[in-house]
Design a protein around this ligand. Sequence first.
Ligand code: ATP
Ligand code: MG
Ligand code: MG
Ligand code: MG
Length: 437
Amino acid sequence: MRLSRYFLPTLKETPSEAQIVSHRLMLRAGLIRQEAAGIYAWLPIGLRVLKKIEQIVREEQQRAGAVEILMPTIQLADLWRESGRYDDYGEEMLRITDRHKRELLYGPTAEEVVTDIFRAYVKSYRDLPLNLFNIQWKFRDERRPRFGVMRGREFLMKDAYTFDVDEANARKAYNRMFVAYLNTFARMGLKAVPMRADTGPIGGELSHEFIILADTGESQVFCHRALVEMAAPGPDVDWDDLQAIVDERTGLYAATEEMHEPARFEAETAESDRLSARGIEVGHIFYFGTKYSKPMNAVVAGPDGKEAPVHMGSHGVGVSRLLGAIIEASHDEAGIIWPESVAPFGVAIVNLRPGDEACDAACEQAYAALSKAGLDPLLDDRDIRPGGKFADMDLIGIPWQLVIGPKGLASGELELKRRATGEKVTGSLEALLNRLS
Ligand code: ATP
Ligand code: MG
Ligand code: MG
Ligand code: MG
């Protein structure tokens, strides 16, 4: 991409409405624009990062056996009457009436829709296990939308729904999502800790929130320190038997505020290992048995031919919230520091003197070579002062900056800067291109 033909509306001033650093940086770096409270337009580089995050989530869901579908954003109120949730959901639900006076709603989640799809087609235990996921916009009329995409009203969520013949199998499906989430967040450079979470009126033990520690997080959390640094299991695991991996983590204390038991925390965790911190909920997995399948009559015939309600779980990831969480975890005074896996571009080529023949030619050479190497370069060929270019490239957080100017070209000493550390390497264009690709 050539910046002279791109759309990168960065702001010099810090927007006064933004209270936390990720929100400020997302506005300043031109990632998003607020159109209404908690409702955002995604600008080019914001959209690029969103798509990269979405793709990592998708790949890890598929690796764990989930199958992608796409459900509508608009749902029928009557489906929610069947599950009994229509009235309970309250003011967070955006209710809509169409021209025929039919009651609709903008989906805040999709248990009812997916159960409706399931019951239309699946009748036998032989078709299980099944895990259907989608990555779709949701709307919740949050009382206090704030912190930018962290708590939006319209937001992008990955929601997976598991269907199993009984609790034992549902637990296996749960474990697959548990491990998929650890791998997903690790690929984005995040340290996510699974914590016991409230299952509300449904009860049961099986619910975990995945939490990123950050001072600006909205939840208070308590956990064993070792959980924060524990490496993700990675893809090479036995996906049919993940109990040991799950047990290793759930064996250490970790709970959100609603589930916190101070006496148990103290009994189970040495004082020096106790961590009490703020956190951001980026994912949530939940086994809820037959809560929806029973009232909605989603039944499967077992080996004995008897029909029984299917056992279900739902598993959410806050895809758009993750942009905020990653920036909270990875930034400095100058701006965002994207992990390479989600960066909008792999490398920025900074042309210090557009119009200079040698500079332009070297930049074109670099652009072609880096494109060919799959590094997705952004060429800053704008006719502005170098200082402005450096500031913008730091602000938008591209992992590498290749700086090409007349002096460096003449002496064979061009500069390659690593955004995360500020570390600089000098060398000829060939040497630096070799290093990058
Ligand atoms: P929160 O406690 O932050 O309100 P939640 O528990 O209501 O979230 P879930 O129903 O568990 O959310 O939804 C799954 C995931 O969707 C959450 O873990 C979170 O990452 C994301 N999410 C929920 N609400 C929002 C929102 N208003 N804006 C952005 N992401 C959200
Ligand atoms: Mg909520
Ligand atoms: Mg929550
Ligand atoms: Mg939740």
